[in-house]
Ligand binder design. Structure first.
Ligand SMILES: Cc1cc2nc3c(=O)[nH]c(=O)nc-3n(C[C@H](O)[C@H](O)[C@H](O)COP(=O)(O)OP(=O)(O)OC[C@H]3O[C@@H](n4cnc5c(N)ncnc54)[C@H](O)[C@@H]3O)c2cc1C
Length: 429
């Protein structure tokens, strides 16, 4: 039986494993194994909500082992480190820190991306990156411990400007903007738990962007309207501010004074993990992504497919498809069809990325554009936009769990959040 190994159970990889399991695993036409360094899947576009306590990772996770049991694939927990192409083996480090090899006939690499510090001195040492669930949970713990420590100070005296908690976020893309917009609400929720001196006025949040505007993926008008909303909520938006180094007291821009910060977060740009650059003699891009043909097979090895953020898939417009969940999901669908075709010696499909728009959530509202048929686009705003953004997540759940289970899952999340409403965490669903 052919062995298909998928490395990475994220937005793309888990949907692919589920589809292949249902199609090929169920009828024993192939043996499918998913490998991930974590034991459970969490939807990455909501990591900023995990970090700020809006989303509870205990409620909104999917365990790979249980998903595999229900959808006919195996799960192995381990960290992928290398590929032996000659012997068709993937090399992983398992939970006991031992090196293990797994044989494959077809390999899919779907390990996503990490933050890119562009070699800026001090960033690795002093900044928090929002790369995965562990980082998001770590950031939440840092914020809570900062707020708790702060409460004991303000309980004792009247507060002044110097008392403010300064949080600086570098990167005016979706991650930085969405994270910034949640922070004032997190503080308010914290204050509502008996710490009544704690309110968003005591927070000093900055979003720092090197170019002349935030959110380059959106039309200028929409991006500046979002910048206005942030500013109305007390968040500083600093554009044309190029950070040249980070030190323990804050960020140092190319021009002007140090931007002092108690918590420093880096969300400027993504790259594929560094070890992909040289892996197994495969072709890679400047951002370490593995270069793929239009069929999503690597340029130097037809038995290796790559999907999601770590794939460099050139499009007809001369640009690579973006590192987004919608691109990863679209690639997963084409990769699924191509693996089935590959096994049946049929010609493979070509991946063409379809941009369906971008919506940015701002805690209790959202704003963005939705692309309609025929390249027209429609601006969306408010609760309606928030609902569409949420649908991306609900569709993802539906494709993993099936529509009825996804509805039950969504309702269960709601009940759990209500049951936990005495905690600082607030759900906006
Ligand atoms: C805060 C935030 C907000 C975002 N908002 C949006 C949005 O609104 N819309 C949108 O389209 N996109 C959004 N994105 C981007 C989106 O999350 C990613 O593009 C998408 O998740 C990429 O999917 P993927 O399958 O390539 O990788 P991922 O979803 O990142 O999954 C990668 C998987 O690989 C595993 N893995 C990594 N390394 C290894 C290893 N060495 N060994 C084993 N397993 C490994 C990880 O544990 C993970 O499960 C957002 C991202 C962030 C951080």
């Amino acid at each position: 039986m052919k062995k298909i190994i998928i490395i990475g159970g994220g937005a793309g990889g888990l949907e692919l494993a589920t589809d292949l399991g249902d199609k090929l695993g169920k009828n024993s036409q192939a043996e499918i194994t998913l490998v991930d360094k974590n034991s459970y899947h969490l939807w990455k576009p909501l990591l900023h909500e995990v970090a700020t306590g809006v989303l509870d990772e205990q409620v909104d996770n999917i365990y790979y082992a249980s998903q595999g049991q229900q959808h006919y694939f195996e799960f192995t927990q381990g960290t992928f480190t290398n590929i032996d192409r000659q012997n068709k083996l993937v090399i992983i480090t398992d939970h006991k820190d031992e090196t293990v090899t797994i044989a494959y006939d077809i390999l899919v690499v779907a390990i996503g991306s990490t933050s890119n510090d562009f070699g800026t001195p001090g960033v690795k040492e002093h900044c928090i990156f929002l790369d995965d669930q562990n980082a998001a949970i770590g950031l939440r713990e840092t914020l809570i411990s900062k707020f708790t420590g702060f409460c004991s100070i303000i309980d004792e005296h009247e507060t002044s400007e110097e008392d403010k908690i300064r949080i600086a976020i570098v990167g005016g893309g979706a991650t930085g903007v969405e994270l910034a917009s949640e922070l004032p609400h997190m503080v308010e929720a914290f204050g509502a738990c008996g710490r009544n001196k704690m309110c968003s006025d005591l927070l000093d949040v900055s979003v720092i962007e090197a170019t002349d505007r935030i959110l380059p993926a959106l039309p200028e008008k929409t991006a500046s309207s979002i910048a206005e909303t942030l500013q109305k909520r007390g968040i500083h938006v600093m554009t044309k501010t190029m950070i040249t180094k980070a030190e323990s007291d804050g960020f140092y821009p190319k021009e002007g004074d140090v931007i002092k910060a108690d918590i420093m977060i880096w969300t400027a740009g993504v790259k594929a993990p560094d070890y992909l650059k040289e892996i197994a003699g495969l072709e890679s891009s400047r951002s370490n992504q593995l270069v793929v043909k239009p069929t999503l097979q690597t340029t130097r090895d037809d038995s290796i497919f790559v999907i999601g953020d770590c794939a460099y898939a050139m499009q007809d417009n001369g640009r690579a498809s973006p590192a987004t969940a919608q691109a990863a999901q679209q690639m997963a669908k084409v990769c699924y069809e191509n693996i089935v075709r590959f096994l049946n010696n049929q010609s493979l499909k070509v991946f063409k990325y379809i941009d369906k728009g971008t919506i940015i959530t701002l805690h209790d509202t959202a704003q963005g554009v939705v692309k309609l048929i025929g390249k027209n686009e429609m601006s969306v705003k408010g609760r309606f936009a928030l609902m569409i953004h949420r649908l991306l997540y609900r569709f993802h759940q539906a494709s993993l769990l099936g529509i009825f289970k996804a509805i039950r899952f969504a309702s269960a999340s709601k009940v759990m959040y209500k049951a936990k409403s005495s905690s600082i965490f607030t759900n906006r669903d």
